[in-house]
Design a protein around this ligand. Sequence first.
Ligand code: ADP
Ligand code: MG
Length: 355
Amino acid sequence: MNFQQLFAKPPEAEASAPGRVNLLGEHTDYNDGFVLPTVIPQRTTVQVGFSTDGQHHFYSENLDERVDILEIKYTPSGFTSYIFGCIQVLQQKGHTIPSLNLYVKSSVPIGSGLSSSAALEVATLRALRQLLNLAIDDVEIAQFAQQAEIHYAGVQCGIMDQMAASLGDTEHILFLDSRTLERRMLPFPSGAEIVVIDSGIPRTLASSGYNHRRTECQEAARLLKVKALRDVTNSSAVKALPEPLQRRAHHVVTENNRVLEVLHGVSSEHFGKLMNASHASLRDNYEVSVPALDTLVEMLQKTLGVFGAKLTGAGFGGACVALVAAGEGKNIATKVLEQYNNLGNTGRVLIPAGI
Ligand code: ADP
Ligand code: MG
């Protein structure tokens, strides 16, 4: 069912936004640190038009779910909370938002760590900017999207996903300083492309584990008398901390330094080594990996043509990203997936798309 069939008239505006994958800088954004996401080819498209019955009507083609909202006295749950959140944030900033017909369709895998949530928010805000001629820029779109996710979808996220969806492109890696929002578009390491494989392990502990790590980092920063762990640049400074805070802080400090190394321009081989080091630290210091993710990462790392591999996103399940020789992505992904699934796993290739 398309927009026209659902709402009996064509959309008045349409916009899209991509998913993202983070190549380096994991669990650093909420520590005011540095991240290196890139954008994936899969996108979420939002079509909007004016509703004439005083109600909002939201439809997701992916979920085949329609929600009608008349009395906006409470925050709806599920996918509408992200859209409703965007509308609420715009209204708080002084924009008047009329009743809407809104249609979502997406090729971004949902709930796999490629940030379908940020793609949905950014596409929604872009579509509303176009429909209503709103004077908001791309950084504001990212900030409003983050506020919608935190305050309405109830996810304590950093700003990385939304900045990547709003400002990234597939040809570059986005270097982002999450404290100052200073950013640079870095060229992709030469002769390389990315592979993303979902481990098939659901991220059941992800939100509780994520919140727990955030609290540990805040406590570590308090004990070190800094505003955030980003302010610690020398990894030996964390030795004064009790365990496990010492290992948590060690991860954040070294991970930030790995991202900064890339700023100077590194080869694909060197970039890959930094990814491998990142995974080891996520596994041993930050303790957000699971055995299946470690297996998948090791298989990738041992495969010819792979420069490096790591888990991507919050961990506790979800996906792995690898930097591989350009032109080899499809072969490598197919081969490693077969090896991994032969162990009884239910992984699937997310990038390159269409395998
Ligand atoms: P991720 O962002 O890694 O994909 P999240 O759990 O943060 O995972 O966000 C997934 C949620 O975002 C879904 O459960 C759904 O509520 C919402 N969502 C994202 N894309 C869509 C879509 N195309 N249609 C409906 N809901 C979507
Ligand atoms: Mg998300």
